[in-house]
Write a protein that binds this ligand. Structure first.
Ligand code: ZN
Ligand code: ZN
Length: 368
């Protein structure tokens, strides 16, 4: 964690700021280890001269002491953290003056009202400057322990799916399937879910983010299930489309086309290519198969403390992939009123390629 302060401090200095105020809960957690719901971290540009400060309130005084390493100076505030609380506990400048300098804030996470409260509380003693994405950039590359946690979450989610499939799909409603998956994940040790499971049978599968319905799953259709577990704060994310019997040739072909695109794009994941280039590998195959218009979302996204985080594997993915990133590869084809297929794996980018973190088979699978 001290190393994370150093790396963030370098970014704060590079931006010409004196401090960075970190308020998004997942960023505070990543930086300090503190998991409480009310915390604000203040990272100095120069940790040699100024302390890194972690501010919370009385409810968390024991928890914060146990979770945050000694590199953080812990302050318990009685007022709003993003306002008078921060102003009261801001480290006194070593210049002896009454100006705190330039304080960066993340304008993607701080509301206009919060910024107003800070400006009022500091009354001109600090200038607040927007600087977004610095912690997210550091979160892109996972540490060995983060990789381990995400891998464990993926294994747990696999085990929950195996339990579900043992009991079959036909005759259960989409909502029942979601509940079985959810309770299995929790029983196996998940703290919570990465997101509520998507269970979409038949024509409902044409909605990429379908909500499970109180509708019974019939034989001879396709069922798309997208689910993930959260373990130690880290998410997993996986999708499979199962067949509940015989499906017509068009649907079989759609399945095989998505599978071909998924396998080819996953094989392209390695350090070097941009997210856009990897997205294109899958997109070309689906376009050539005649379903380009039916693959309307990006190929994948990063996964970590957040189930959707950087980098993007889509036409907006400008950054090259690097070893240590964890990304999904999830092409899909959605035919309105007919059916949908999506296949999603979770991949760790390694020095010379990638490693799949989940383990369920993805060839066409019959589940009655
Ligand atoms: Zn997913
Ligand atoms: Zn996903």
């Amino acid at each position: 964690m001290a190393e994370r302060i150093e790396r963030l401090a370098a970014k704060v200095a590079e931006a010409g700021l004196d401090w960075l105020l970190v308020s998004a809960p997942l960023n505070v957690r990543w930086l300090t280890g503190f998991t409480g719901s009310n915390g604000v971290a203040l990272c100095p540009a120069d940790p040699g001269h100024h302390p890194a400060v972690l501010l919370t309130d009385f409810r968390y005084s024991e928890q914060v002491a146990a979770q945050a390493p000694s590199a953080w100076q812990i302050e318990i505030a009685s007022n709003d953290l993003l306002g008078a609380g921060l102003a009261e506990h801001f480290p006194v400048p070593d210049t002896g003056g009454d100006s705190y300098g330039a304080v960066g804030y993340d304008d993607r996470h701080l509301t206009v009202a919060q910024l107003g409260a800070l400006q009022a509380a500091f009354d001109g003693r600090a200038s607040f400057e927007p600087l977004s994405g610095s912690v997210e950039t550091l979160r892109l590359i996972k540490s060995a322990s983060e990789v381990e946690k995400i891998g464990a979450a993926a294994e747990l989610a696999d085990a929950a799916m195996i339990e579900l499939l043992d009991g079959g799909l036909v005759g259960r409603t989409e909502l029942e399937v979601a509940l079985i998956l959810e309770s299995a994940m929790r029983r196996l040790g998940a703290q919570e879910l990465s997101f509520p499971p998507i269970v979409a049978a038949g024509a409902h599968g044409a909605l990429p983010h379908a909500e499970p319905r109180d509708v019974t799953i019939a034989a001879d259709e396709m069922v798309t299930i997208d689910w993930g577990a959260k373990l130690d704060g880290y998410c997993s994310d996986c999708t499979r489309t199962y067949l509940t019997g015989e499906v017509n040739d068009v649907r079989s072909q759609i399945y095989d086309l998505v599978l071909e695109a998924q396998i080819a794009a996953a094989a392209a994941v390695r350090p070097g290519p941009t997210g856009r280039e990897v997205d294109l590998v899958a997109r070309k195959i689906i376009e050539e198969g005649g379903y380009g218009e039916n693959f309307g979302h990006g190929l994948g996204h990063g996964v970590g403390l957040d189930v959707h985080e950087a980098p993007r594997l889509s036409r907006h993915g400008d950054a090259p992939l690097e070893a240590g990133m964890i990304v999904t590869v999830e092409p899909g084809i959605y035919v309105a009123g007919e059916c949908g297929v999506r296949i999603e794996d979770l991949l760790l980018v390694t020095a010379d390629g990638s490693k799949v973190l989940n383990g369920l088979p993805k060839a066409r699978q019959l589940v009655s």
